[in-house]
Design a protein around this ligand. Structure first.
Ligand SMILES: Nc1nc2c(ncn2[C@@H]2O[C@H](COP(=O)(O)OP(=O)(O)OP(=O)(O)O)[C@@H](O)[C@H]2O)c(=O)[nH]1
Ligand SMILES: [Mg+2]
Length: 228
């Protein structure tokens, strides 16, 4: 979805579930922020969290976030007791439109508050991964790539295969992409930069646009006009 199209999304009133089938299969459930996570009439939270691989919590950094942090701590407290292996992923989201200093301060404040609250609740051993994201750049794709990679048990093998491909070719960097979502499932073990990812993601965009163009041509065989 293009960022501009997100302006017209309806607010999520109840849990929604999507099975995303591609190079990897992902079962994604969105729980609306205002929902009481114990709301038993809508879903069985114990059953749901006991079998969930990752909990992705989105914090709107442009809004008042103290209540969101409190809510997150309650959720972590509940969920970590049910499922020791669950990955807790916090998106410090909407990190755009303000100065770099302000962004740094907000990030630091959110992280510090979460870590302090976890400590107060005796949850110091819970590992929380933070991602700074925005839909107006590639950070959101990078974050979801990392989140998905943590769920792939065979990730180590995939990384080794990417390394081998690099050794036997003259490639500078190797990504294994899921074309439809632009999530990268694996990459080699060399340093990763957002710029390299962006260049590859843009190349994929151009390719998918071209494919769409030719698919349309097939349907309208008699009205072919092509611009190059
Ligand atoms: N500036 C900015 N706006 C964003 C970003 N991501 C989402 N938005 C805007 O935030 C608004 C809400 O987006 P949604 O995806 O509906 O958020 P949500 O958390 O699902 O909202 P509810 O379903 O109402 O709980 C939309 O107008 C988006 O355009 C971002 O990274 N930066
Ligand atoms: Mg929503």
């Amino acid at each position: 979805m293009k960022p501009i199209d997100t302006l017209y999304l309806d607010s999520t009133a109840k849990p929604t579930s999507d099975l995303y089938k591609s190079l990897i299969n992902l079962d994604v459930m969105e729980l609306p922020g205002q929902l009481d996570y114990f709301a038993p009439e809508l879903y069985n939270s114990d059953e749901l969290f006991a079998s969930t691989g990752a909990l992705v919590y989105v914090i709107d950094s442009q809004d008042e976030y103290l209540a969101a942090i409190e809510n997150l701590i309650l959720i972590i407290n509940h969920v970590s007791a049910l499922n020791k292996g669950i990955h807790i992923e916090v998106l410090i989201h909407k990190m755009d439109g303000s100065s770099d200093d302000f962004k740094m301060d907000t990030q630091r404040d959110i992280r510090t508050r979460i870590m302090a609250e976890l400590s107060t609740f005796g949850l110091d051993d819970v590992l929380v991964n933070f991602h700074v994201t925005s839909i107006f750049d590639h950070t959101i794709y990078e974050a979801f790539s990392k989140i998905v990679q943590r769920l792939i048990a065979e990730y180590g093998v995939l990384e080794q295969m990417c390394d081998m491909l690099m050794e036997t070719t003259c490639l500078d960097k190797v990504y294994l992409f899921d074309i439809n979502s632009k999530i990268y499932i694996a990459t080699d073990s060399s340093a990763n930069s957002l710029q390299t990812y962006e260049a590859c993601a843009e190349f994929i965009d151009v390719n998918t646009d071209l494919i769409a163009l030719y698919e349309e041509d097939d349907i309208e065989e008699n009205s072919k006009i092509s611009f190059y």
